[in-house]
Design a protein around this ligand. Structure first.
Ligand code: ZN
Length: 84
């Protein structure tokens, strides 16, 4: 008999960072960047992605939006409850 038990927890919780390729638990912590429609495992990776996006875009309005996004991420990080 075939036992095909789905590991639902593992699937929905884990995500892979598009910058460093590290696997992280998206339920515990993630840095979400709505402008890029992406999320990352840490703020540094989000900044790398934003900067990369900036170089490709070269649009002042977008540049401004992305910089304020980074600021918002820093705020978000400070406000994070210290849960382990
Ligand atoms: Zn990363």
């Amino acid at each position: 008999m075939a036992s095909a038990r789905m590991s639902a927890e593992g699937v929905r919780a884990s995500a892979i960072c598009g910058i460093c390729g590290k696997k992280y638990d998206g339920l515990t912590y993630q840095v979400v960047v709505p402008v890029l429609r992406a999320s990352f495992d840490k703020v540094e990776c989000a900044e790398v992605a934003l900067n990369k996006h900036l170089r490709e875009a070269r649009r002042p309005a977008l540049e401004e939006a992305l910089f304020s996004e980074v600021e918002r991420l820093r705020e978000q990080l400070r406000e994070l409850p210290r849960r382990v």
